[in-house]
Design a protein around this ligand. Structure first.
Ligand code: ZN
Ligand code: ZN
Length: 275
């Protein structure tokens, strides 16, 4: 990881089925990926980094589920922040939150294959994924760092995997443990099928398989994200992913990337360039 730009900051403000939000800052440009927690909570988190909503240049949305868009109405109406998302995602927001024509200029349609370059050489690349509503993951290049945020997907294909460059940092969903999902009495069978299905979420084992597919010597940090509170625990996710990845890569602990779990509610500093 040599040559990292000094002004990069990559932070998880929240991760899980109760809300997802990431902040990426680079050379004075600040973006949020998803705004799935309350507006006030995001405001409070931003304050930790000396930022306000007015400092946010753009919001990129993965999909229209509430745990990814909870604060979007205020971000549009109060702060008039540019919002990027798939056509279906934006249409859902405009219909649901009664966004009038006055605000429609803020909404920018993205496609699952088009790189968006912001000021300061900040490249954001949506990659179509597989979920029960139209969804994308994001690959982001800031300076010479490649990072990806991959959550809310039931499966992955060769075509999807071929879109990822050699990553330095990967945030990847580890939603559930197979046995805990089987044994859950809270979830009806239909919901269990949805979670397991190709349009649902990744299990801990599938998460390890995804990491194996994008693995290179360059990948140093992996953060497990979007854990279910019902059917996973942070320690189980970490152990299961590490054990499976060791097997898949035929390596031992210490030879695979650092694998940590993002906190559900607390801020996790994923990467910060040295000053
Ligand atoms: Zn979600
Ligand atoms: Zn979702």
């Amino acid at each position: 990881m040599s040559g990292y730009d000094k002004n990069i900051r990559f932070v998880s403000l929240s991760s899980g089925s109760s809300g997802n939000c990431f902040l990426i800052s680079y050379n004075g440009t600040n973006i949020l990926i998803d705004v799935g927690i309350p507006y006030k909570k995001i405001e409070e988190c931003l304050r930790n980094f000396g930022l306000r909503f007015d400092d946010i240049n753009a919001i990129f949305l993965t999909h229209s589920h509430i745990d990814h868009i909870r604060a979007i109405k205020q971000c549009a109406k109060i702060n008039k922040i540019d919002i990027y998302g798939l056509k279906d995602t934006l249409q859902y927001i405009i219909n649901t939150y009664d966004i009038t024509e006055d605000y429609e200029d803020l909404f920018h349609i993205i496609y699952g294959s088009e790189v968006i370059t912001l000021d300061n050489g900040f490249d954001v690349e949506p990659i179509s994924s597989y979920h029960d509503v139209p969804s994308v993951c994001y690959q982001i290049t800031v300076g010479d760092i490649n990072l990806a945020i991959v959550t809310d997907l039931g499966c992955f294909t060769k075509k999807m995997l071929s879109r990822f460059n050699k990553l330095d940092i990967l945030v990847i969903e580890a939603n559930y443990n197979d046995d805990m999902l089987d044994e859950s009495t809270k979830y009806p069978e239909m919901l269990k099928r949805r979670i397991r299905g190709g349009d649902g979420h990744l299990s801990n084992k599938e998460c390890a398989e995804f990491i194996k597919e994008v693995y290179s010597d360059r990948l140093k940090k992996v953060f497990l994200a979007h854990l279910s509170i019902e059917t996973n625990t942070p320690s189980l996710a970490q152990t299961e992913v590490i054990n499976n990845l060791n097997l898949l890569l035929d390596k031992h602990n210490g030879e695979i990337p650092d694998i940590n779990v993002l906190d559900r509610f607390e801020i996790t500093e994923i990467y910060k360039g040295e000053n």
